[in-house]
Write a protein that binds this ligand. Structure first.
Ligand SMILES: [Zn+2]
Length: 366
């Protein structure tokens, strides 16, 4: 799908309005911006199914499946979510994934995630599924896909939200884990799988070139994490070796002007998640987040929540945070438009959602 012709007016639209929350980007937004963000039709392109598990659900599933390492109180889980650094976050993530065992667990999680997204006026989401995290525990891909597909179909009927899947594997587990994941996707994946991804600790992506070539040849979009904390070279590898069609995070690209030019010229979308970057140590202070500079540099940036309950956020809060970084209503609408443009919705649906975004902006800014 060609997303390279989408106009980006964000740079010009930013910083236009009264904005005095700069000193404290986490402060509640003004009521008019709150209403605007609520009414804005949104898409999520970088959110992890398993990282979207609410503490209440985690508590119940951990008790049911007796995962002893997980705290047995809500307060304990919230403390457990205070990540020391990125490897600690990955460790907590992979432990929480162990509570997902049968089809009902996956259906329950995906149903809950869909309802929460729909309640934020999210119309469409592409969710990363940590498929290898399940395969390595002996949970068959058929169980995972049956559960999440059940929830996907029900959510579309009940909430009107459409979900698509991006199965992935942790790069630090090696190319064999990627091969096993891709084999399972090709054998058992439903049509709602749109892409293939790699996450985990950001290791050299060179060994994955052949794997991603195979995924692309099978019609899967290449959607790797890159430049979350692994430096600009991971983004170069994603572009040159994995032929990435979007970049997950990509904030480290800002350290390499040549790379920024490449991303801007090729109109490769960059899926940014500000609160995630703060909580895993990618940025020291939310006020220092490069999102405004990325827009100024002409990058096609989308806004995302990554692992919302683990980071104490959701997509609505990411829009609030972007406003706190200096983006006015027009610029927030631009981020929403970019999300639609970078999605794998079909052309007619993208046009319809974009028109709706424009209408909400016009109604709120009159
Ligand atoms: Zn992610």
């Amino acid at each position: 799908m060609n997303v390279r012709t989408v106009p980006d007016r964000l740079g010009a639209a930013r910083r236009a309005s009264s904005f005095d929350a700069m000193s404290d980007p986490s402060a509640p937004a003004a009521p008019d911006i709150e209403a605007f963000i609520r009414d804005l039709p949104k898409v999520e392109l970088h959110v992890h199914l398993e990282g979207s598990m609410q503490p209440e659900t985690l508590l119940e599933l951990a008790a049911e499946h007796r995962v002893a390492e997980i705290p047995d109180t809500l307060a304990g889980i919230r403390d457990w979510y205070a990540f020391r650094d990125f490897p600690h976050f990955i460790d907590v993530y992979l432990t929480s994934v162990r509570t997902l065992c049968d089809e009902e667990d996956f259906a329950r999680l995906a149903g809950d995630v869909a309802a929460r997204l729909a309640a934020q006026n999210v119309r469409y989401a592409e969710l990363h599924v940590s498929l290898y995290g399940h395969l390595m525990r002996g949970v068959p891909a058929t169980v995972v896909f049956a559960g999440i597909e059940h929830a996907r179909i029900a959510a579309e009927r009940e909430h009107g939200i459409r979900l698509r899947w991006i199965p992935d594997f942790p790069g630090d587990y090696g190319v064999e884990s990627g091969e096993e994941t891709l084999d399972a996707v090709l054998r058992h994946g439903p049509d709602s799988v749109v892409g293939f991804g790699v996450g985990g600790i950001e290791v050299d992506r060179t060994p994955f070139a052949g794997l991603f070539a195979r995924a692309r040849a099978e019609g899967l979009h290449s959607l790797p994490h890159a430049g979350e904390n692994g430096g600009p070279e991971r983004v170069w590898e994603a572009l040159d070796l994995l032929r990435a069609e979007r970049i997950g995070h990509g904030i480290d690209a800002m350290r390499d002007p040549r790379l920024v030019d490449r991303l801007a010229e090729a109109r490769v979308p960059v899926d940014v998640s500000p609160t995630s970057n703060l909580r895993t140590g990618g940025v020291a202070d939310i006020g220092d987040h490069p999102l405004p500079r990325m827009l100024d540099a002409g990058l096609l940036v989308t806004l995302n929540s990554d692992d919302p309950p683990m980071f104490g956020t959701d997509l609505t809060n990411e829009y609030r945070t972007a406003h706190g970084l200096g983006l006015d209503a027009a610029a927030l609408a631009g981020l929403a438009r970019n999300g639609v443009a970078a999605s794998y919705l079909d052309g007619a649906e993208r046009r319809r959602l974009t028109e709706e975004i424009d209408a909400v902006l016009a109604a709120h800014t009159g």
